[in-house]
Design a protein around this ligand. Structure first.
Ligand code: NAD
Length: 488
């Protein structure tokens, strides 16, 4: 493993080669042990300019290739990633903190994205549109956008890079990845695979560094035609405001996701779902459940079962305990925010029913660990009920009518995902129709699948990833109206 990290430390991936970055170095840490695992270079102005110029040259040729050629390269990439999944997962666990088995699962989903977009890219057709006047024909073509900057966060270091990379490459774009400065090695490792898969030089680039310098420089670069961003709503808004020229933006941002449990729910399933989606990846998921509203007659029973299921989760160093339920948090800021939201809730009268502190023991002493934590009897004023915690903390409150629960669920500037558990058909249809979010999951908590569009509303973003719609985000339309005179 050390050999991979040494090979990738300080490197940028430009024009099909790993080059030594010339700029300042940033350390990358293992959050389970607080040890330094490597360093990255902050790409400088000239390095960025040269990388964008290479990408600009590369996409024009790449876009002209038959879709079949791009599909073959993506299939090869998917195969290479699958074959090396264990090694890639170790790198991810080291820099992100999630248990090895979860990291491996994420790498395999990245491979799936390669194969999905390889296939989907073959089925991008234009349209012929009937005209009002005889002798004319309208053709709508779909053309690759050009150079795309993919700016990504640290919570899913492979998938969030992969959705942009695969859709962009399938469309014929060149993709410049600016990974999170906290989890850069997974992205550099993916770049190495693109080289082995035969994706031409310049089609894929990785520029490491921090957001305010490298990310911002890409946002401001006139030759970057699209920003595909996943990250916080604050940074998304900053990107939208700092864009000096008109360009395509897709912004996959934060959430504050509610879950509704009515008295018609299968309670065991609801508890299982609540545990999985509140605490998986230590709650560091944009679609994590932040707040749960439970119908009053089943409120006490739900809380008892939920608390005992949360306490049963196994916490561990993700490399030493590959099958642990949760690992370390990825970085200090969300841990501090979790503690702050917990303190705020308790100060305002919430009742602690599980967790509430770091786990005891030598193994946890150096790392960013925290117990899965549940607070009950929450009010809308508490931070846990209205802000994205992005940590292993969830607030629970009782409700009396579905109208009230839906109103509470929608009373947020966010609109990413919502969950509901009920076996009542009318309630199911009301939740599907009235929850004001991009993704509704009913009687389960896995809101996203590869072949359906995934995106947010309101302050949770614009644009989608996944599915056919996620691919079309990398194309622009061209209407060609021809006068051929036939039949006039
Ligand atoms: P972040 O916004 O701090 O950073 C995301 C990326 O943006 C990083 O690569 C960072 O370096 C870069 N960046 C920071 N400032 C920038 C600037 N001014 N210009 C350009 N780039 C800049 O987010 P994070 O803390 O890395 O990730 C957590 C957030 O991501 C959470 O809010 C979470 O909900 C969100 N998220 C959303 C989705 C989704 O699909 N909607 C998925 C995962 C994570």
């Amino acid at each position: 493993m050390q050999e991979v990290l040494t090979r990738l430390s300080g490197k940028l991936f430009v024009d099909g080669c790993f080059v030594e970055g010339q700029g300042e170095r940033l350390q990358v840490r293992n959050p389970a042990r607080a040890t330094v695992i490597g360093e990255i270079a902050v790409a400088g102005t000239e390095e960025i300019a040269s990388a964008v110029a290479c990408a600009q040259r590369a996409w024009r040729t790449w876009a002209k290739e038959p879709a079949r050629v791009r599909a073959e390269a993506l299939h090869a990439l998917g195969q290479l990633i699958r074959e090396d999944a264990s090694s890639m997962a170790q790198v991810m666990t080291l820099e992100q903190g999630k248990p090895f088995n979860e990291a491996r699962g994420e790498i395999l989903k990245l491979a799936e994205a390669c194969h999905f977009y390889a296939e989907e890219g073959l089925r991008v057709h234009g349209e012929v549109i009937p005209n009002d006047q005889p002798g004319y024909q309208s053709v709508v073509m779909r053309e690759a956008i050009g150079v795309v900057a993919a700016i990504t966060p640290w919570n899913y270091p492979a998938e969030l890079v992969g959705w942009k990379l695969c859709a962009g490459v399938a469309a014929g774009c060149a993709v410049i990845i600016k990974p999170s400065e906290f989890t850069p090695f997974t992205a550099l490792y993916i770049a190495e695979k693109t080289l082995q898969a035969g994706i031409p030089a310049g089609v894929v680039t990785v520029l490491t560094g921090d957001g305010p310098s490298v990310g911002r420089a890409l946002v401001e670069h006139p030759a970057v035609a699209k920003i595909a961003f996943t990250g916080s709503s604050q940074t998304g808004l900053r990107i939208q405001q700092s864009c000096p020229s008109v360009k395509r933006l897709s912004l996959e941002l934060g959430g504050n996701c509610p879950m509704l449990v009515t008295r018609h729910a299968d309670l065991a399933q609801a508890v299982q779902g609540a545990v999985r989606r509140s605490f998986r990846n230590m709650g560091q998921i944009c679609i994590a459940i932040n707040r749960i509203y439970v119908e009053r007659p089943i409120y006490a029973d739900f809380l008892t079962r939920f608390a005992s299921a949360a306490r049963a989760l196994v916490i561990g160093d993700g490399l030493l305990h590959p099958a642990a339920d949760v690992g370390a948090m990825a970085q200090p800021a969300p841990l501090q925010k979790t503690r702050a939201h917990l303190e705020d809730a308790l100060a305002q009268g919430a009742r602690l029913v599980a967790g509430g502190a770091a786990p005891a023991g030598k193994e946890y002493a150096q790392g960013l660990f925290f117990q899965p934590t549940i607070v009950a009897d929450c009010t809308p004023a508490m931070l846990v009920m209205r802000e994205e915690t992005f940590g292993p903390l969830v607030g629970v409150a009782a409700f009396d009518t579905l109208d009230e629960a839906i109103a509470l669920a929608n009373d947020t500037p966010y609109g990413l995902a919502a969950y509901a558990y009920t076996q009542n058909l009318q309630e199911i249809h009301r939740c599907a129709a009235e929850l004001d979010v991009g993704n509704v999951a009913l009687n389960h908590v896995d809101a996203g699948i590869m072949n359906a569009p995934y995106g947010g509303r309101k302050q949770s973003g614009v644009g989608v990833e996944h599915g056919r719609e996620g691919l079309l985000e990398y194309f622009q339309f061209k209407h060609v109206r021809l006068h051929h005179g036939v039949g006039a």
